[in-house]
Design a protein around this ligand. Sequence first.
Ligand code: URA
Length: 211
Amino acid sequence: MDKTAELKKLEGKMRQDKSLQLDTNLVFGEGNPDCNVMFIGEAPGEQEDIQKRPFVGKGGQLLNKMIEKIGWKRQDVYITNIVKRRPPNNRDPLPEEIEVYKPYLTKQIEVINPKIIATLGRFSMNYFNPNLKISRDHGKVFRMNGRLLVPFFHPAAVLRNPNLLDGYGKEFKRLPKIVEKFDELLKSAVPAAPAKNETEKTVPINLPRPF
Ligand code: URA
């Protein structure tokens, strides 16, 4: 089965799954299943619930702008969330909500098989490694089970704090090079010293300068 068909099947399975929490529209995700970079946010907001598409509100517009600034198109990447229905009043997703959606996100990642997972915000970053801190680790590159993890601020956080915008653009600008140097980076990922509490699955990479 090709990737598109597999993803359609997975989406259909999610619709049938009554154990999935939240009573809003399913926002499965969209984009190129053959992408190098898969962006993963937190959960749909109001606009996403209405349009049943991820990142289509104000945050999504900023994300589009960042993607276009590096010469890519939104259709080149894949965009989804860890929780695929909107929590009431945009509250933070609960740990049990994240947990019930986990098998579906795991399968979605397995099917798409991206080289790079770019997380948007702390929830999706901490989904992959609870020891990372967004204020410290945004823009860094980590090795994670044969992929690279690059945590970004959530676009809504950047909209709330325009001081972050300049750095945000610079971090996005490194993405094409991270894709280009993927094999090299993956191989060069030798941790200087295993960090205390670092989960085995995530290893930080010191990028060569300039990068
Ligand atoms: N915020 C998210 O985390 N995801 C969306 O899809 C929209 C807003």
